[in-house]
Design a binder for this molecule. Structure first.
Ligand code: HEM
Length: 348
């Protein structure tokens, strides 16, 4: 499968101690500046990261559905669409705006912060950062509910199959669909439960992180609800990289949920089961202690996408969006969708 796909962005990295999640919306007229930033992202990551050996700085850059059409002409990832909201009888997952997602990870916070600052500078006047979440690794990779989070993530080739687009969409093979959601936990209510009650809600033991047996695991536990199996019995998986975040002053304690998938339909099935219920469960009991406040779907193109961005939409008519340098010029000419005659006429 690997030979068929473009090199992916650093999606399948192990959890790091530090992360920053930036979600931005593109201002009207900001498209050209955003395109410049996207083309520069791999280089900017190298410039910041190379000075900090051992920091393992990485950034996965992803683009939302509406933004895709504002930024690029030509084909779009087959399954990219705005995330719908999920409304159950008891809980609701909102769909919130987001054109760009920067998932910045490192062993150290200063590396994440430096890259976030560079991105913020480059977006100034062209896009608005609508959410900035500083994530941190908590004891033994636990979430703020106190449970180890990430254990059952697929590994190796299973992770590649779960997270990366394959030859079903060859143009975008090596890319990945990303869902992010910010959840807030009413920790006082959670702490009022016994450990045994908490374990029934998650579906695993708290101290040593073993899955409860089928007899002990309620159908509305988080693990039971999120075990999704195809008609042929194959388990459908996603790659999660959740991080805790919080503010003591504001009494805000949360989980930044982020999941990469080869198709958004798997993540959406899980969200539907969590919020709208399954045959055996009205909803996922974790939601009684986790309130979703954001929710957006993006696409993380493979790395070489950034080397040669598709031409902007309406490039033939918009003087502003014409290529400004040789690299963009050759990218546009190579696409075949633009008449070279038009370009020759328009470029001084
Ligand atoms: C498993 C926490 C949201 C999908 C788990 C586990 C924990 C956890 C502690 C068990 C250990 C593990 O395998 O990772 C949380 C928290 C969330 C959250 C605190 C937010 C409040 C979500 C959402 C989805 C999801 C929104 C999907 C849309 C999964 C899946 C598993 C899992 C697929 C593995 C199930 C299995 O096969 O055992 N989560 N989760 N989680 N979670 Fe979540």
């Amino acid at each position: 499968m690997l030979e068929l796909m473009g090199e992916p962005q650093p999606i399948l990295e192990p959890l790091t101690p530090a992360a920053i999640f930036l979600v931005a919306t593109i201002d009207e007229g900001g498209e050209a500046t955003v395109r410049d930033l996207l083309a520069d992202m791999p280089g900017l990551r190298r410039s910041v990261g190379f000075r900090l050996p051992g920091a393992g700085l990485s950034c996965v850059t992803s683009i939302g559905s509406d933004a895709w059409d504002r930024l690029f002409a030509g084909p779009r990832p087959a399954e990219l669409h705005p995330l719908r909201e999920f409304v159950g009888e008891h809980h609701r997952a909102p769909s919130t705006p987001g054109d760009l997602l920067f998932h910045i990870r490192s062993e150290v916070h200063d590396a994440c912060f430096e890259l976030a600052m560079v991105i913020g500078d480059r977006l100034a006047g062209a896009a608005t950062i609508v959410d900035e979440t500083v994530g941190f690794r908590y004891f033994e990779q636990r979430d703020l509910l106190g449970f180890v989070d990430g254990t059952e993530n697929p590994e190796g080739t299973a992770a590649i199959g779960a997270a990366l687009v394959g030859d079903e969409d060859p143009e975008f093979a090596g890319g990945s669909y990303v869902v992010v959601q910010k959840y807030l936990h009413p920790l006082d209510e959670w702490r009022a439960l016994t450990v045994e009650q908490q374990e029934k809600i998650i579906g695993r033991t708290k101290l040593d992180d073993f899955e409860l047996s089928d007899e002990d695991k309620p159908a509305d536990s988080h693990v039971a609800v999120n075990t999704v199996v195809d008609a042929d019995g194959t388990e459908r998986q996603i790659v999660r990289a959740n991080m805790p975040f919080g503010s003591v002053r504001e009494g805000q304690f949360g989980t930044y949920y982020i999941a990469y998938a080869a198709t958004p339909s798997v993540t959406e099935t899980m969200l539907s089961r969590m919020f709208e219920g399954t045959e055996e469960a009205a909803y996922d009991r974790i939601l009684d202690f986790s309130v979703a406040v954001t929710g957006t779907l993006f696409f993380a193109p493979p790395l070489d996408f950034f080397d040669e961005l598709p031409p902007p939409p309406d490039a033939e008519t918009s003087a502003e969006s014409l290529p400004r340098n040789d690299v963009e010029m050759s990218a546009v000419a190579g696409d075949g969708s633009l008449g070279i005659g038009t370009l020759k006429r328009s470029i001084p």
